[in-house]
Design a protein. Sequence first.
Length: 291
Amino acid sequence: MANKKSWQLLLKLALSLGALAYVLSKIDLPQLASTLKGLDLWFLLGALIAFNLSKIVSSVRLNRFFKAIGLDLEEAEALRLYYIGMFYNLFLPGGIGGDGYKIYLLNRHREAKAKTLVAATLLDRISGLASLLFFAGILFLFSRYAALYPWMKPLDWLGLLLVFPMTWLLYRGGFRSVFFSTALLGGATQLLQLLSAWLLALSLGMEQHLVEVLTLFLLSSVAAVLPLSIGGVGIREFVFLYGFELIGLPAAKGVAFSMLFFLITALSSFLGIFLRHGLERNGDLRSSRDD
């Protein structure tokens, strides 16, 4: 089993590096360097702040699911756990390593049942994905991609109408009591993510193509969730490469945007390793039996 997981990790690492190498071979590297050189650092800082605000809201949303299964975490404690999960998600395939680590900690120290923790964590993922798809669908309708693919408009409208009712059907038992609050928090999370992407686009001087950039940003976020790469590296850049080429925009700018967003994610996620050490040193997440 360990060998199988090692091979899967190596394959996904190879896919990430291969996709990234392919993308870099297809763009104008001097233009990429020029784009990064002209970066507005104040807008970049704003993008970093907005990204972390989105993660704070995401932590509150996840904690709503935990409370639905009777797990009472303080918001500060839940936020610390969330950032620790982000650190593991950054480096493990498919972004699920951090979820597994959170489940392990809560199962061990809070004696919460693994089955209910998995259900809460999975619904949190689904809730976030529903909001992501909803906003991606709205942006698509106002983007130049809608003109390129008019046959997709009816499907887009259908998806917009069904995404939340279909999500509601997946909520069972006590989880339905938190459907509306988690849906609203999921929407707030994605709006903050879009704010981060908007500020990042402004830092690169891409204000004339904001709708297309934000559409691709959300679509690349969906693609990055798939268990195909390490932290979405290579996959996001691939989406931006072809998305920009479709509408005749310089692909180097799209790739620069994708790389900088990964940098923002990485910088934010590295907080998790310091919080992890603090958690182990201070003995947080102790069960009531240990108090």
